[in-house]
Design a protein around this ligand. Structure first.
Ligand code: NAD
Length: 332
């Protein structure tokens, strides 16, 4: 067993959190991850209204008795949601674990803390992590440049971000972005993380509520199959490199693009059809560079068991290296 401050705080067996993925963090996905020993996370904004989130929370409870969380991400939106109402409903429903992410999370974090909840805040810079720490978050999720979705604008890869995090942060942190196998998981622990967050890897599981064609597309992909859109709008997002993404990038490259010029191409409503219909070119869909590491479609239980076993074997191997070579000690 891999026991860390994260497993103790959340009451989970494996220190692995499922990322709050738009259109994917639905009750069956969340319950599968939690039942497998990780932390499943419902994506609040994948529900059309706060009342629909209430229903989704109740549905998740029917599928698992294990802890799970709710993600609320604050980013530019075509129809800005009533974030406070989503938050209120989740608290009313007794949710105790929240993942926050995005811009100006202060009021949301303060609200959850005032309600006695555990807050995991995801961010892409050390300065934002330190601000969130001051607001009282319990765990930071440090999101490296490899991640799917929004990596921020600083372009710092996970290796350096995590090494900085361990020096700068007082609260436990988990590693997010670029992790999809036991080596990445063990590396995150070696870098001082109390666990990991995975999104793209969980999309490629039996229980992920997306079309089989998309799972197979991920398996067939390499690490070169993602691209950034919205760079020119300072809302950078890493998405699957398909026809629509290339069209968006082309419009941005011409210069002076406004959101209105690409709005119809990038809308979440259109991206959702990719997962429903199984055509990877129907719209924009988030994917991390880990698409190059994913070669199978296991159940969540098999995935977490294999990761756990793999991490334990790697750590045992490293210990042996330290003992036999006597040179692998790590200066503080
Ligand atoms: P949407 O249809 O409102 O927007 C689609 C994309 O365009 C999103 O990436 C959004 O950030 C971006 N966007 C919207 N308005 C913009 C503007 N004025 N300038 C620059 N970029 C703009 O998004 P949706 O798919 O319906 O999702 C709703 C919200 O959830 C969005 O804010 C989105 O970013 C966020 N989201 C959350 C997750 C998550 O994991 N929780 C993942 C993806 C997106």
């Amino acid at each position: 067993m891999i026991v860390t401050p994260l497993t103790k705080l959340l009451g989970i067996r494996v220190p692995a959190v499922q990322g709050g993925m738009q259109w994917v963090g639905l009750p069956p996905m969340v319950a599968a991850v939690s039942n497998a020993g990780g932390l499943g996370v419902l994506t609040a904004l994948s529900q059309p209204s706060p009342d629909a989130l209430r229903v989704a929370i109740r549905e998740t409870r029917k599928l698992t008795s294990k802890p799970f969380g709710v993600n609320i991400t604050l980013l530019p939106s075509i129809n800005p949601p009533d974030y406070a109402a989503y938050a209120r409903v989740a608290v009313e429903e007794g949710v105790k674990i929240f993942e926050t992410a995005g811009n100006n999370p202060g009021p949301l974090i303060q609200y959850f803390k005032s309600q006695g909840c555990i807050v995991i805040h995801k961010c892409t810079t050390i300065r934002h992590a330190k601000s969130a720490e001051k607001l009282g978050v319990d765990v930071l999720s440090i999101d490296g440049f490899e991640c799917a979705g929004h990596p921020g604008e600083d372009d710092i890869g996970g290796l350096v971000l995590l090494a900085r995090a361990v020096k700068e942060l007082k609260v436990p942190f988990i590693a997010s972005g670029g992790i999809a196998d036991a080596r990445g998981f063990a590396a995150a622990l070696a870098l001082g993380a109390a666990g990991i967050n995975m999104g793209t890897r969980f999309m490629c599981t039996v229980e992920a509520p997306i079309h089989q064609n998309i799972k197979e597309k991920i398996v067939a992909s390499t690490e070169r199959d993602t691209i950034h859109i919205f760079r020119s709008l300072r809302n950078t997002a890493r998405v699957y490199k398909n026809k629509v993404a290339m069209e968006v990038v082309e419009i941005e490259r011409r210069g002076n693009a406004k959101f209105e010029d690409i709005k119809d191409l990038v809308s979440g409503a259109r991206g959702r059809l990719v997962y429903e219909k199984g055509d990877p070119d129907l719209g924009i869909w988030s994917a991390g560079v880990t698409v190059g590491l994913i070669n199978d479609i296991p159940t969540c239980e098999q995935l977490l068991k294999d990761l756990e076993k793999g991490v334990e074997a790697i750590i045992a191997g490293l210990n042996k290296v330290v003992v036999t070579e006597g040179s692998a000690s790590c200066p503080a």
